[in-house]
Design a protein. Structure first.
Length: 164
């Protein structure tokens, strides 16, 4: 029986399908006086693909606070995060040892109130503001693109999620 470690550090029988690992992400947004609703994407560290800030669960943090912390670390932004997710998407994360880990990312809206010039991952990532339509086209994960399309419909006319 072949065994492998999954992202959680637990042993897994490699001959069976891997369990889906949970992650939490932030859909960072703001309203621009001239461009309307804008979505912040960051590049992934290795492949430089446009993604939302996301990460593994953090002990002692609830999911939406984990998402907010990832936005600060990966994109250098902070603000008001909703405790209600705007949706989720799935993707396969390839680890440094080339092991593929199926992940499900629950995404929380985060209304950006401040942007840092220098942040912890600024040397490893780029960030950029997009319209929802541009963001949908920019991401390479089809499941994330579908989530952004859903959000575009739900948030149309509202200028953002309720309560933020």
């Amino acid at each position: 029986m072949r065994r492998a470690f999954v992202a959680s550090g637990q042993l897994h029988d490699a001959s069976e399908p891997q369990p889906v690992v949970e992650q939490y992400g932030a859909l960072a947004w703001r309203r621009s006086p001239t461009k309307g609703l804008r979505i912040l994407l960051v590049t992934s560290r290795e492949r430089k693909l446009w993604i939302v800030p996301k990460g593994w669960p953090i002990a002692g943090y609830c999911p939406h606070r984990t998402a907010a912390r990832e936005a600060l670390e990966e994109a250098g932004v902070f603000g008001a995060v909703s405790s209600k997710p705007c949706g989720s998407y799935s993707y396969t994360k390839v680890l440094a040892d080339e092991q593929a880990v199926p992940c499900r990312v629950t995404v929380y809206p985060l209304r950006v109130k401040a942007t840092l010039v220098d942040w912890s991952e600024s040397k490893q990532r780029r960030r950029r503001w997009f319209s929802l339509a541009e963001a949908t086209d920019a991401v390479s994960e089809p499941s994330l693109a579908r989530l952004l399309s859903k959000v575009a419909v739900e948030w149309s006319g509202e200028g953002g999620p309720h309560g933020l």
